[in-house]
Design a protein around this ligand. Structure first.
Ligand code: GLN
Length: 311
């Protein structure tokens, strides 16, 4: 497909999504997110050949929330390598992102790095040896580097809003602390976690930040190896199996590419060897994943014939 063809595909999808009435519900448990206008939709595709194509509200920054967990996982693996897997599993949870029940059965070892409990462990690893503000800075700078964009910022109001109301995450972190699987005071690890979840990015910036996964672990602008090709594949495997919580199977079935969602309504999708894709629409479905974002990715994958299962 030529760039003009892809532009047409994205414009058609954006127009269709703008007109759809079934937009889902914005997250309300984080008060700042409840204020976001549900009528927005953006999409951006960073092709491996360097083209960046976008449509709709692709330049409006949104709260990336759990999409940030892809980047913190990458940092934590860089820091302690495969020993991370002693503290967090690699299985889909089949439960909501903030579920508590499984943690008791599994002695404080969360199922995977993308549910909240697992992501807080990952953040605890990134925090080791740093002050919280340094760890937050490290995560932000890493994302800025991946996207080649130093304007990416943390929305402090979103972080404060979640900090003030995150009782469920406090429970998860304290529970894991009791098993020794959180090594800092829980409020410190959670403070860093809330701040990386509150990073604000546009679809364009997020698609750029995801390029290393579509490029076998390399940062395309500098050729710098962010992770090995093997690690990039494994991060993608976790995105496919766990990136949409208890909606992961349905996402793999409908879309067929690795993806990571967040309750801000963003999804980062990776088509290895082809492209990195970001979509955003703040209304969520019952699994807490972007309602229109998932539909848009399904349509895009079909139009582009993108699937990791394609023969
Ligand atoms: N910061 C959010 C939370 O901890 C992230 C959840 C999400 O995006 N699914 O609840």
């Amino acid at each position: 497909m030529t760039a003009a063809d892809i532009e047409t595909v994205l414009a058609d999808i954006a127009a269709e999504m703008a007109a759809r009435p079934d937009r889902g519900e914005v997250a309300t448990y984080i008060p700042q997110l409840a204020k976001v206008d549900v009528d927005q939709f953006g999409i951006a595709v960073a092709m491996n050949d360097g083209q960046l194509i976008a449509s709709g509200d692709a330049d409006i920054p949104f709260s990336i929330q759990s999409v940030s967990k892809v980047f913190t996982l990458t940092l934590a693996l860089g820091k302690i390598g495969d020993t991370l897997w002693k503290r967090v599993g690699r299985e889909p949870s089949g439960n909501p992102f903030n579920s508590i029940v499984q943690l008791e059965h599994e002695h404080g070892i969360p199922r995977n790095p993308f549910i909240n409990a697992g992501a807080v462990v990952v953040t605890d690893v990134v925090l080791a040896g740093h002050e919280p503000r340094e760890a937050i800075g490290e995560i932000l700078r890493f994302i800025q580097f991946l996207a080649d964009d130093e304007t990416i910022y943390i929305d402090r109001e979103v972080a404060a809003s979640e900090q003030a109301t995150g009782y469920r995450n406090v429970a998860l972190a304290n529970y894991m602390r009791s098993f020794g699987n959180i090594t800092h005071a829980p409020e410190l690890s959670l403070g860093v976690y809330y701040h990386h979840c509150a990073i604000a990015m546009s679809c364009r910036q997020l698609a750029l930040a995801g390029r290393f996964l579509a490029h076998g672990g390399r940062h395309p602008a500098t050729g710098h190896s962010v992770v090995s090709a093997e690690r990039a594949r494994r991060i993608c495997a976790l995105m496919l199996t766990c990136g949409h919580y208890d909606g992961s199977g349905d996402f793999a079935f409908r879309v067929g590419i690795p993806g990571k969602s967040g309750v801000g309504g963003g999804i980062l999708g990776v088509v290895p060897g082809e492209a990195s894709v970001a979509v955003w629409s703040p209304g969520l479905n019952s699994s807490g994943n972007s309602q229109l974002g998932s539909i848009a990715l399904e349509k895009l994958a079909k139009a582009m014939n993108w699937s990791i299962f394609a023969a």
